[in-house]
Structure formats: structure tokens, C-alpha cells
Design a protein. Structure first.
Length: 179
């Protein structure tokens, strides 16, 4: 897919299964050594499909999908109004996941760019993304122009989880390296 335009579109309810697959596979790949296995094993295709179908139908969130040449979902992102107004950012990307087999192909950038376009069209001027502190996606967000703006600790299934927030004061991605 590298070097070609990556199709990104608004998700439809029938995309929920593909979105769930990418979400689960990404979590298993990214968080296997970071989060407890009981949490990862609790993520079922049936449960995640229902969750993502609800998100796709929600009024306060939008879900985007990226497809490969065969029309298979290989990435997903969701966004909407910031859930933490105290940070001073009006938009938020809630999730952004790419099929692990497609890392490095530009899918994440295409999804983030589409989320930014959607937010700009609705009058948002800035964006925040929260990521697990040990998630390597933090380097992707920095490469895309996000700046570390906050850190927090929370709990996920009873376990402490550290997160980092990356913010964009302008909805623009950093220019790609021209190497």
C-alpha cells in the first residue's frame, strides 16, 4: 500500500466486525508485554463487534476505516469532542489502530489526517490523543507533530495504567520526512 493513496471512509455498521478484528489484533500486538493477559484475553470478537457497531451508530463519535486493495479493513480511528476540556483542546482522537501486518505503510497517517479534516469541517481547532505510556505509537504521534502535553494514571481492570497525552494546537500533521 505504500506509495499509493490509502482509501479512508466513514465506517458503516457492517464494518464493525472488521474494525473489531483490527482493534483486537492491534491490542494483542502492542500490549502483549505491557498489559495483563487476562485483559487481552477478555477482548472477544463478539464483544468488540458489538462495541464498535454502537460507536459507529453513535451521534457523538465518528469512526473511520482504512481499506486495502481487496476492500478489507486494515485500520480504524474514532474521534469527537475532547473528553478532557481542562487540557484546552476541543477535539480528541479516541482510537487509532492499524492491522499489525500493515505497520509502516501510511495507514495511520491517512486515518489521522482524515480525523483532522473531519474535525476542521466541524469547527474544531485543536486535538488531543491519549496513549498508554509504553505504547510505541507515542513516537508516531510525535512524528506527526503531536507534542507531549500531559500525563495521567488510571486503572484498567484494576491495574494501574500510565498514559500520555499528545496535542496539536493546529489540526495539521507534520510534513513527512523527505529522505
Amino acid at each position: 500500500m505504500s506509495g499509493s493513496v490509502i482509501p479512508v471512509r466513514r465506517a458503516k455498521p457492517e464494518d464493525a466486525r472488521g474494525v473489531a478484528r483490527v482493534y483486537i489484533e492491534s491490542w494483542h500486538d502492542t500490549y502483549a508485554a505491557i498489559l495483563p493477559m487476562r485483559l487481552l484475553c477478555a477482548m472477544t470478537p463478539r464483544g468488540q463487534t458489538a462495541r464498535w457497531r454502537s460507536a459507529i451508530l453513535a451521534r457523538d463519535e465518528i469512526v473511520f476505516v482504512a481499506e486495502n486493495e481487496r476492500g478489507e479493513i486494515v485500520g480504524m480511528a474514532s474521534c469527537g469532542r475532547s473528553r478532557d476540556a481542562a487540557l484546552g483542546f476541543d477535539g480528541e482522537v479516541y482510537t487509532l489502530y492499524v492491522d499489525p501486518a500493515c505497520y509502516g505503510t501510511g495507514i495511520g497517517r491517512a486515518l489521522l489526517a482524515q480525523a483532522f479534516v473531519w474535525m476542521m469541517e466541524r469547527g474544531y481547532g485543536s486535538c488531543v490523543i491519549w496513549a498508554h505510556a509504553k505504547n510505541n505509537a507515542r513516537f508516531f504521534y510525535e512524528k506527526m507533530g503531536g507534542r507531549l502535553i500531559a500525563e495521567r494514571s488510571g486503572r484498567l481492570m484494576g491495574d494501574a495504567v500510565s498514559e500520555c497525552a499528545f496535542g496539536w494546537h493546529r489540526l495539521a500533521l507534520a510534513e513527512a520526512d523527505r529522505a
